[in-house]
Design a protein around this ligand. Structure first.
Ligand SMILES: Cc1cc2nc3c(=O)[nH]c(=O)nc-3n(C[C@H](O)[C@H](O)[C@H](O)COP(=O)(O)OP(=O)(O)OC[C@H]3O[C@@H](n4cnc5c(N)ncnc54)[C@H](O)[C@@H]3O)c2cc1C
Length: 132
């Protein structure tokens, strides 16, 4: 197998990293290949149990309020938060046809309350930009 970029592990992080890498390549006119290697039969199995099977995939609080809930060193994640703000994450999920709802505590879920919809969204996002 030949690939230009290999992401090891098809969890939430690996799928998002693969999508972002491939999106950047496609937008730049490159035909370089991104491949995710996942050891389990299905990707993102841990996402399936998040939020008691409903997947609380983000929280739409602003940084000043959100950071107060991070127990240690919130600044460590500050740049990541601003690179993919919560609303951008909601927009990303919805752009692949998955409706979302925001509940008590500003927690965002798929409107179906099925975590599998978030897994499907991540996988569809990867496929949309040619990730293998
Ligand atoms: C009970 C529970 C509830 C949670 N609820 C929420 C929630 O509601 N909202 C939220 O945002 N987060 C929640 N989390 C946290 C969230 O699940 C994790 O932060 C997230 O899934 C981590 O994703 P990851 O891709 O970093 O790691 P992982 O999901 O662990 O992904 C790593 C992947 O790499 C694969 N892998 C490992 N080694 C290899 C190898 N050598 N070769 C190939 N593949 C390999 C694994 O099989 C796995 O698929 C919850 C976690 C738990 C346990």
């Amino acid at each position: 197998m030949k690939s230009d970029i290999i992401v090891i592990g098809g969890g939430a992080s690996g799928l998002m990293a693969a999508y972002r890498a491939a999106r950047t390549l496609v937008d730049g006119g490159s035909d370089a290949q991104v491949t995710v290697l996942e050891k389990m039969p299905r990707p993102a199995r841990k996402v399936m149990i998040t939020g008691k099977g409903r997947c609380n995939f983000t929280n739409v609080k602003e940084w000043n309020e959100f950071s107060g809930h991070v127990r240690s060193n919130p600044n460590f994640i500050k740049s990541a938060f601003y690179n993919l703000p919560s609303q951008a994450m909601v927009d990303f999920v919805e752009s692949f046809g998955t409706r979302t709802v925001v509940e008590r505590g500003d927690r965002a879920f798929p409107a179906s309350y099925h975590a599998s919809d978030i897994v499907d969204t991540l996988v569809n996002a990867c496929h949309s930009v040619g990730v293998k």
